[in-house]
Design a protein around this ligand. Structure first.
Ligand code: NDP
Length: 328
């Protein structure tokens, strides 16, 4: 039986082990499409899975990695044929279903999105789950009526993956972007992506007042905890905040005051089980609304063999922008 290279997480009596191994195709899980994976990426969740710092992985052995781009090799799904270029984000890959840090993946055809004509397989993973989540967040703000004329929009965790892509998209769409970061030394990087103003994340990180001075028409928050609570308390009357992350914690020590006294809305963003039509819309929007030069400026590349040593650094906020993983 043929094998392929993969990053495999296993559970032993002494804890979790992670290694680059040969994986047997006979151990593939159910799926109707087999893909030759070309690129993957490192997201925050991949850092959690590889270090075992959160119970992301629900079955062992598990191939890590939550998203990939590649070419269909075999398919019994009516929508896909060999040679089709595809993207897969989430759906439990790297959690309950064998994941993306592998030369091959077998998945359900219903999970796949066609690679947009103007996005390369590499750029699709430079965007990755983080970037597609940033797009979903921008779409949510638009649907809630947060248009560029309404006022500044804050992006927290701005120098990270979701944050960098969110800053770039919002700026292209004409928003005045306030980038909140703990790395003020990255001010030039963030201005290059289109941020109009850089603020130190300390301004948003103490215990939140029920209501603070109205500063932002909207926000995209990848940090959670007191940061999200502060952003809510600083959101202008009728504004909205898209909550997509937990880099500082899963808690939300906030009050209902912004909701009941200022009509503020909190918009939940999930990329993992997001229905296909919304994914397709997000990827279509990424074709036009994300400047490829900015994407290149925020992206570094590693090989499959470097994933295990690189992934932990994302948890400490040590990664700037996006990391693409060249699999082949
Ligand atoms: P990154 O690590 O690239 O970005 C997170 C950023 O948050 C860091 O770069 C840092 O930005 C900031 N940060 C980190 N730790 C802290 C802290 N303790 N306090 C305040 N700020 C902090 O991760 P990603 O962009 O890949 O993911 C961001 C978050 O979004 C994660 O929690 C992830 O799980 C979540 N996510 C959720 C998805 C969904 O479907 N809802 C999909 C994808 C991601 P800076 O240095 O600029 O302050």
């Amino acid at each position: 039986m043929p094998t392929f290279k993969a990053i495999v997480i296993d559970k032993t009596d002494s804890g979790q082990s992670v290694a680059l191994k040969d994986f047997d195709e006979k151990d593939f899980m159910d799926g109707d499409v087999t893909v030759r994976v070309e690129y993957s990426t490192i997201n925050y969740k991949d850092g959690l899975a590889i270090t075992g710092k959160a119970p992301v992985v629900r079955r062992f052995p598990m191939i890590a990695g939550v998203d990939f781009s590649g070419t269909v090799e075999q398919s019994s799904h009516p929508g896909w044929k060999p040679g089709d270029k595809v993207i897969c984000n989430g759906w439990g890959m790297g959690e309950t279903h064998l994941g993306a840090y592998a030369e091959k993946a077998r998945v359900k055809g219903d999970w796949l999105v066609q690679l947009p004509a103007t996005i390369s397989a590499r750029d699709a993973m430079a965007i990755g789950t983080a970037g597609y989540t940033a797009m979903l967040s921008v779409m949510a703000l638009e649907n809630a009526g947060v248009t560029p004329d309404k006022g500044p929009v804050v992006v927290t965790g701005a120098a990270g993956g979701v944050g960098s892509v969110a800053v770039a998209i919002l700026a292209t769409l004409g928003y005045q972007v306030v980038a909140s970061t703990g790395r003020v030394q990255e001010a030039d990087y963030l201005k290059g992506l289109g941020a109009a103003e850089i603020i130190d994340r300390k301004e948003l990180s103490g215990p939140a007042k029920p209501l603070a001075r109205e500063r932002f028409a909207g926000g995209i928050d990848s940090v959670g905890s007191t940061t999200l609570a502060n952003v809510l308390s600083m959101t202008r009357y009728g504004g909205s905040v898209a909550a997509c992350g937990l880099a500082a914690g899963m808690d939300l020590p906030a009050s209902v005051a912004p909701f009941i006294l200022r009509g503020v809305s909190l918009l939940g963003i999930d990329s993992v089980m997001c229905p296909l039509p919304k994914r397709q819309e997000a990827w279509k929007r990424l074709e036009t609304d994300l400047d490829r030069q900015k994407l290149a400026a925020m992206t570094t590349e590693i090989g499959l063999a470097q994933v295990i040593e690189t992934a932990p650094s994302i948890l400490g906020g040590g990664v700037r922008g996006r990391i693409v993983v060249n699999i082949q």
